[in-house]
Design a protein. Structure first.
Length: 318
């Protein structure tokens, strides 16, 4: 009887030990940019630098990376191992882009693991991992600091080929990073964990907004969507608008960038303009688009028409 109790206790301890290795919870990173020399103007990175915090939710088979400008959510990526897809969404636009995480990277990254190079982050002992991409034209120096105290079951991400993440996780036995240092030619980007919160996460914590329109990224199309050549009617319509709005164009500029979804059936949804501080010019661009008969060919994936996120610059030359 004593042997049976001992056997049962051994199983319970082993099970607890294995489950304790699998982290489920939230990691918050602060993001900083540092110029490598005084001559480099960090304001040239304004759009990228607006993201100064990232909240990372992860559990076995799922992750979500939410990127913030101060307290405002800008965009997030979600991964679901069941369909092996990554979903990119933004609260400011009702569209979710769908990426195939099974797309194999052309160049496999090489890792150098330095276990005896340790750094303490939030009380966790971390070791250095240097990442090298032989085909990286920017010659970026990628350094990361991983901890064996926070791990996920890497087999749940075995199909995640994007960024060679499945292979990286397998090599590191599921360890998670608490710091990234990406050194570019003129500046350094640093992501450092400032808070780790273990918590139970459920599959519904990784859902994208159901009301959003799903689109296929342009680079993933087998046959790209495209604008058809302007007809004489479209050109004449454009000219009429230009003659009526010369003063507006002189005041606000000559260019509008339109964004919209070209649906699989050829219809247009979610049309808007991205120019800042030029609302009247944006409205003019949208009106021209709606009234002047712009036509497009739909994009295709696996031989079938699909929804595609499109951009269209309109230039108003007086």
């Amino acid at each position: 009887m004593f042997k049976n109790y001992f056997f049962l206790i051994s199983i319970l301890l082993t099970t607890f030990s294995l489950s304790a290795q699998n982290f489920s919870g939230e990691i918050v990173y602060k993001i900083e940019y540092v110029a490598k020399n005084e001559a480099f103007n960090l304001d040239s990175l304004k759009q990228a630098r607006s993201i100064n915090k990232s909240v990372y939710l992860i559990t076995d088979g799922y992750y979500r990376s939410i990127n913030y400008e101060d307290q405002k959510e800008i965009y997030d990526y979600t991964y679901n191992f069941n369909d092996n897809k990554r979903y990119r969404s933004s609260p400011s636009y009702p569209v979710t882009s769908v990426y195939d995480a099974g797309e194999v990277e052309e160049n496999e990254k090489q890792l150098t693991i330095v276990k005896d190079s340790t750094l303490q982050i939030l009380g966790y002992s971390c070791y250095l991992v240097r990442e090298l991409d032989p085909e990286d034209d920017e010659k970026v120096n990628h350094l990361s600091f991983y901890t064996d105290s926070l791990k996920v079951n890497y087999t749940k991400f075995s199909k995640h080929e994007t960024a060679n993440w499945n292979k990286t996780l397998a090599q590191l036995d599921g360890a998670l990073p608490l710091k990234f240092v990406n050194e570019y030619e003129e500046y350094i980007k640093i992501n450092t964990a400032i808070k780790v919160t273990p918590k139970e996460l459920k599959p519904e914590d990784f859902n994208y907004p159901e009301e959003n329109t799903l689109v296929i990224p342009f680079h993933a199309l087998d046959e790209p969507a495209d604008r058809l050549p302007f007809t004489s009617g479209t050109i004449n319509c454009f000219k009429r608008y230009m003659r009526k709005n010369k003063k507006l164009v002189k005041k606000y500029g000559e260019k509008v960038y339109l964004r919209f979804v070209l649906m699989a059936d050829g219809s247009i949804k979610h049309l808007d303009a991205l120019g800042e501080d030029q609302e009247p010019l944006n409205d003019l661009g949208i009106e021209i688009f709606n009234e002047c008969g712009f036509k497009f060919t739909t994009g295709k994936k696996d031989g079938k028409p699909v929804n595609v996120l499109m951009g269209l610059p309109l230039r108003f030359k007086l």
